[in-house]
Write a new protein. Structure first.
Length: 95
């Protein structure tokens, strides 16, 4: 699993949420990539990202598992990750 974090420099919510994303990714040992939609619009287009912040979780074959866009919180993301790992997803947390 990996996470893609779409943001842009003028998005204050993006800047405010980023440290929480880093914390979650470290806790679950999930690699992440930060993509600025203004600097890399082609990547935003490929991901069909229409608003920021957007987080897309991908599986090992780069298939989208879950997308969080606009208004979301840390707990929503953690709940998704716990359900994913409990359902037999690639477990990385606390190894």
């Amino acid at each position: 699993m990996k996470a893609l974090y779409f943001k842009n420099k003028s998005c204050s919510v993006c800047s405010a949420f980023f440290p929480r994303l880093v914390e979650i990714c470290e806790e679950y040992q999930i690699p992440y990539e930060v993509i600025d939609t203004l600097e890399e619009p082609e990547k935003a287009g490929q991901g069909l990202v229409l608003s920021v912040p957007t987080i897309i979780f991908l599986d090992e074959e780069n298939r989208e598992l879950r997308r969080f866009s606009g208004y979301f919180g840390s707990q929503e993301i953690k709940d998704f990750l716990e359900r994913y790992f409990l359902a037999g997803g690639e477990r990385q947390k606390h190894q």
